[in-house]
Design a protein around this ligand. Structure first.
Ligand code: AMP
Length: 421
């Protein structure tokens, strides 16, 4: 039985904040992490994304900061969250704003790729909580704009990804500037050796919390593969988008160039699609994410790096337009759907050349992925590639071939109705 938030020890403004966010029962990681975090323990949270891990550190952090008011008259930075990407930093800060709506705590998100003066201004005005990516934070520390000597709670989010992105030395430098007596919470989807070493050097007697099978994708995601050939991918994709009950669809592409091309082609075929990859400016990325979140775009096409930290509720489908080269990326990609308590579907396109990557994914997850076939596209790709190409030309004319333009929004509405039946 899921315990309600109150019995985990949450109270006052923080409890009010989480309830007004609409959550009535905690997720397993929240049930496991909140009580020890409230008690001031160091934690290692080993959990997939989409499990509710953000609230599992934000809620106890807010409560501890409000229970014991800051010692100094002037606001000082009392909590610091370090995250690998700008998107994740913004999402964590949004969660702090949402859950902390009834507190007087002030927070700021600090990340690169945008002007530094507004961030300095906010810091000068005084904040209690900073959420930051490592590079920009170090920059501001070097300029003397950030003082970490009053940090009581330090959170390292997605530590394994920070390691992958080469931030480990930056993290060490940042941690060295915080007081030794702080509470340190570390979250990581996987526990490579480097992260284990890091925890040993920066944490004291941490409580280890592991939610779910570390190597298996969230149970809430239905996974399929779809055997295709390179030149039928787009047609199958369009066929799927027309015939499946899709809400928000996230499509992964291996390269930026291909991501742009997929989004353009889908646009021409009458879908509302936007794109997100590292060649796009921070503003473009934010606009794409916001448009995807609010339904202006039904489809977001992304590359792996840019997609880290995409936290959008209601992604019904993740489509791997290319088979991921690394099993870790596969797990990460499909974790964008089936978040928290909703379910989702992940479909991976596999060409003959990509079978080797599929085998690696199946070995890694210990699970065989079942084949999904589509009418008209359903035979073995080897024997009917030519036939299928013919059929495909026929069907590709179709998105709006009944003459009625269908927008992303109406499609969303339709599919929601279909789903709720
Ligand atoms: P996270 O793992 O932190 O990225 O969270 C995944 C999603 O779960 C987010 O969209 C949250 O809004 C949502 N969520 C967090 N806590 C709960 C909860 N207790 N009940 C339902 N949904 C939640």
């Amino acid at each position: 039985m899921m315990k309600p938030f109150r019995t985990l020890g949450l109270s006052g403004e923080t409890l009010k904040g989480v309830l007004s966010a609409g959550y009535t029962s905690p997720t397993p990681i929240q049930t496991a992490a909140i009580p020890p975090a409230l008690a001031g323990r160091d934690l290692i949270g080993c959990a997939q994304t989409g499990t509710g891990k953000t609230a599992s550190f934000v809620l106890p952090m807010l409560q501890r900061l409000t229970e014991v008011p800051g010692a100094k008259k002037r606001r000082t930075i009392r909590a610091l969250v370090v995250a690998p990407t700008r998107e994740l930093a913004l999402q964590v800060e949004t969660a702090i704003q949402t859950y902390g709506a009834h507190t007087r705590l002030r927070s700021v998100a600090i990340y690169g790729g945008v002007g530094i003066p507004p961030q300095i201004k906010k810091l000068r005005q005084g904040v209690d909580i900073v959420v930051a990516t490592p590079g920009r934070l170090l920059d501001l520390m070097d300029r003397g704009n950030v003082d970490l000597s009053g940090v009581e709670i330090l959170v390292l989010d997605e530590a394994d990804r920070m390691f992958d992105m080469g931030f480990i030395n930056d993290i060490r430098k940042i941690v060295a500037r915080t007081p030794k007596g702080r509470q340190t919470l570390l979250f990581s989807a996987t526990m490579p050796k480097a992260i284990q070493e890091l925890t040993r050097s920066i944490q004291r007697d941490p409580e280890f919390i592991e939610i779910g099978e570390r190597r298996n994708p969230a149970d809430t995601v239905i996974q399929h593969v779809c055997r295709v050939s390179t030149n039928t991918k787009m047609d199958i994709l369009c066929h799927m988008l027309h015939n499946e009950s899709t809400d928000n669809v996230l499509i992964f592409s291996r390269t930026k160039h291909r991501a742009d091309r997929i989004a353009r082609t889908l646009g021409r075929k009458g879908f509302t699609a936007t794109v997100m990859h590292s060649n796009r400016s921070q503003n473009q990325r934010q606009r794409a994410l916001e448009g995807f979140r609010n339904g202006t775009f039904q489809i977001l096409v992304a590359t792996d790096v840019a997609a880290r930290g995409i936290d959008v509720d209601g992604i019904s489908h993740v489509i791997n337009y290319d088979t991921p080269r690394h099993a870790e990326d596969y797990i990460h990609r499909i974790g964008r759907t089936g978040r928290a308590e909703s379910s989702g579907e992940a479909i991976t396109f596999v060409t003959r050349d990509e079978e080797q990557y599929l085998r690696a994914i199946e070995r890694h997850t210990g699970q065989r992925l079942s084949n999904k076939t589509y009418n008209g596209f359903d035979a073995d790709p080897v024997e009917t590639r030519t036939q299928r190409a013919g059929k495909h030309r026929h069907s590709s004319a179709h998105p709006n071939n009944n003459g009625s333009a269908s927008s992303g929004r109406s499609r969303r509405g339709d599919s929601r109705r279909r789903r709720s039946r």
